[in-house]
Design a protein around this ligand. Sequence first.
Ligand code: GLA
Length: 391
Amino acid sequence: MSNEFSGCISRVVSIYQLKYGSPDLCAKSPGRINLIGEHTDYNLGFVLPAAIDKAIYIAIGKREDAEIHVTAADLEESFSVSISNMSKSTLDWPNYIMGIVDQLNKLGLTIGGFNAVIAGDVPLGAGLSSSAALECVTVYALNELFGLGLSKLDMVKLAQKAENQFVGLQCGIMDMFASMFGKADAVIQLDCRSLDYHYSPFNQEGIKIVLLDTCVKHSLASSEYNVRRTECESGVSEIQKSHPAVASLRDVNATMLEEVRNSVDQKVYNRCKYIVEEIQRLQDACIDLEQNNLIAFGKKMYLTHEGLSKLYEVSCKELDFLANFSKGNANVLGARMMGGGFGGCTINLVKEESVSDFISQAEIAFEKEFNTKLKSYIVSLGDGTSLVSID
Ligand code: GLA
C-alpha cells in the first residue's frame, strides 16, 4: 500500500467520520494515460490507454432525505443540492457528480440522498482525466450503495453521457473506460466502435513512463475540443455523399479522403487526415508492442505529436517545446502531447537509468524558455475502479 493510497483513503474516511459518522463504503477510480491513439475515440477508432497508480477516492453513506452533500477535501470546498433541484454549478467538480445522478434519474434508477467526501492524488488539469475518475468513482459508489445492478460497461457509458450532457464536453469513451477497466501493468487496446478490448502487457523493463506537466490549461480546451468533433463529422458527411456506407472516420481510407480534398475546407481535410493516419498508426504501434519493439513504437509517438500539432492543431507552444526537447534526447524512446490538448502533459518513454537526468534537464530548459516551473510524474500502470477496504 503506497503512502498516497493510505493517505487519501484515511483522509476521506476521517473527514467523513468527523462530519457524518461511519461511511457505508469507500471506492477509488484511477486517472489514465494514453500511449497512442489520440482523438480517435469519438471517431470510433482505437485507443491504447491504461489506468495509473493515482486515483480519486470517495467515502460515501446514505442520508435520510433526498439531498447530496459532498466535500472535496483537497479543494476545501463543499457543495449540497437537492436531487430534485440540480442545475449546473459554477464550481467545476460538483457538475461531474450531479451529471452522474442526472443520468441515473434519466434511466429511472432511483437513489436517495447521500453524503460523500472525495480526495485524490490525480493531478488536476494535467490531462490525466481526474474528471473521468471522479465520474467513475461516483457512479461505482452509488451503484454499490443503492444496489443498482449496473455493470462496469453500463457505468462507463453512463459516465460518458454525464460528461456530454451535464458538463457539456462532447468527449469520447476512452477516459472512463480506462479508469473503470484498468489493470496493473497492462494497456487496454480498445476498439471504440465495437467496444471490444483486450489487455496487452506493457513490458516496462528498463523503461519508465514519465509525464512532464506544462501546468498550462488554455481556456480553449473544451470549446475547441467540441469544434474538432464537428470538423471530423463534417468531413464524414462530405465523404458519405459518394460512400454512403461510411459512418465515421474509422471507415475512411486515404483514397476516400483525397476524393473530397477540394470540396472540404482545408482545416477539415487536415483534421480528417490526422485521424485516418492515427487510426492506422495505432494498429501498427500495437504490432510494435507485441514484438516488444519500443523503439519503433516510440517513433510513432513522435509522429502522433506532429499530427496533433500541425494537422489537428490541439497542441500549444509549451507541449511542442517539450516534445521537441525529448526528441533530441537519445534516452527517450518516444514522446508526445497526451489527452485533449491545449495544455496538460507530454508522455515520455524514458530509459530507467536516465530518468532523473532527463527530468532535471527538462525542468531547466522549460524554466529558461517559459519562466515557469515544470512538474513531472513517474507513473506505473494500476488497476481500475474498485471498492476500497477501510478495515
Ligand atoms: C479527452 C477526452 C477523450 C479523448 C481525448 C483525446 O481526454 O475526454 O475522450 O477524446 O481527450 O484522445
